[in-house]
Design a protein around this ligand. Structure first.
Ligand SMILES: [Ca+2]
Ligand SMILES: [Ca+2]
Ligand SMILES: [Ca+2]
Length: 214
């Protein structure tokens, strides 16, 4: 009887801890395995060999991996570098959707000014606009204007377009962060909760055992 009750309590607390879902943790795309000349770059967050996020350009010359060089605030080369002469210059598809927020750093081959900016537009699967933002590049610790785009939104984003404007026609982005629906949401058994559950079960079990003996 004692053993059965103890087992039931252990099972109960074990089940409770199983349903604790860890908070969403964002994924970071570093572009460290991008090769120069590619016209698309895929990110496979969950390692199932199917890309979850794909960046593409219509420029047949493709991307480069290095831009302004040392001392950048928001870019750690390699990054994704390309022409800013198109509109948009870059498209990003979220094959499993993106949620809550997206952010990335950028640098522009340009002087500072009102024509030195990065713009980001986000759409759902029906092509409806979810959110958009535009940031001026400003001189920091490198020789090139830089900035960081941060876009918070509700709903599920299917794709985004990026447009850059710079005097000398080039941009670079890096550290593209977001919840892409692949590796971020993890349902698991947090160790501390399981240990706590087992501990409580043991204490309860011991109490029942004592009472029965009395
Ligand atoms: Ca990088
Ligand atoms: Ca995948
Ligand atoms: Ca452009």
């Amino acid at each position: 009887m004692y053993l059965l009750r103890n087992l039931c309590i252990t099972a109960f607390f074990g089940t409770v801890s199983l349903f604790i879902v860890q908070p969403a943790k964002a994924s970071l795309i570093t572009f460290d395995d991008l090769a120069s000349g590619q016209t698309s770059f895929g990110f496979d967050g969950d390692g199932d060999k199917i890309d979850d996020v794909i960046f593409t350009t219509t420029n047949p010359l493709g991307f480069n991996i290095s831009g302004p060089g040392l001392n950048q605030v928001f870019v750690n080369e390699p990054g994704l570098e390309g022409t800013s002469l198109l509109d948009p210059d870059l498209k990003v598809d979220f094959l499993k959707g993106a949620k809550d927020f997206l952010s990335f750093g950028f640098a522009l081959d340009s002087f500072e000014g009102s024509n030195t900016f990065a713009a980001f537009n986000l759409f759902d699967s029906n092509g409806n606009s979810l959110a958009s933002t535009q940031e001026l590049g400003v001189l920091g610790t490198s020789d090139f204007p830089e900035g960081k785009i941060q876009l918070n939104f509700s709903g599920v984003a299917a794709y985004g377009t990026l447009n850059f404007s710079s005097n000398f026609g080039r941009y670079i982005i890096d550290n593209f962060e977001g919840n892409f629906g692949s590796t971020e949401v993890v349902t698991s058994v947090p160790e501390s909760a399981t240990i706590l559950g087992s501990g409580i079960a043991l204490v309860f079990g011991a109490l029942f055992h004592k009472r029965k003996r009395k």
